[in-house]
Design a protein around this ligand. Sequence first.
Ligand code: PEP
Ligand code: MG
Length: 325
Amino acid sequence: YKILMRSYVDQPSVTADGASVELASNIGGIDDLEKVLSNGADAIGLFRTEFLYMGRASFPSEEEQYSVYKHVLEKMNGKRVVIRTLDIGGDKELSYLQLPKEMNPFLGLRAIRLCLDREDLFRTQLRALLRASVHGKLAIMFPMIAVLNELKEAKRILAEERTRLEQEGIAVSDQLEVGIMVEIPAAALAADILAKEVDFFSIGTNDLIQYTMAADRMNESVAYLYQPHHPSILRLVQLVIQAAERHGKWAGMCGEMAGDSAAIPLLLGLGLHEFSMSASSILPARELVSRLSKQEWSGLAEKALGMSTQQEVLDFVNQQLRSEA
Ligand code: PEP
Ligand code: MG
């Protein structure tokens, strides 16, 4: 089995009927790069930069961040690297950043909300990213966007920092992509409005499921509501992909669901372009994708969207996979 999987390391990620997809990896820092490369990832689809900020006594400087981002871009050697701006708050705290106590931290000042509130932190990270952009194929991604104005504000600040750097004579790539995570139901439902302002969407199902079901992703008592294959989630995913397609943008997914073998066929059928997962899932995913017909699963996914329960969807997918094997 291991030997069979290894044979997929240098293979393109392509379906049985010839459709190309991108199988990317999630990372938390440069220590994860070795596994990304040894598993033949097509890209990095999510770099969770908050790990750069955690487990230390003060904010990482622009210089420190720049050297990490540059290193990752260089190691990926021209393959796309999606770097997410700081996603702190919620469950992730920093000892050196005093935040107001909140009744519902997951519904509070986190991620892009915090960055727009603390522009100084945001600008430092954006400058580091912009400077690093010339060392590879960089995509900047804003987390937890709920409404258009947040995106516009983030882009305005990014544009300001770009102009400032250029005035200082520092080069910035003109290939830089800018996108958002879709992990709040409002953003998924209004994806067509947001699509005009982005280069790409990446669906963050870890949060999208918790917010759609109103069930804390860490709370065991309501874990039964955490249902990636529920038609409500699949429908939101479809809205995002369709909005991207209509505007000529690409749609990916970087939540756990993207590496789930019982979800990949449906996501493929819905037209997802990029799947970002832990490095160890890449080769099994590539092997699976190579056996699937995108066209066939497009019809099957449509069927699944009309089902009543997650269990019905799961049984349907598993039965299809068995009959194809
Ligand atoms: C997500 O919400 O799906 C996601 C990828 O982000 P995180 O797990 O870091 O919240
Ligand atoms: Mg998230």
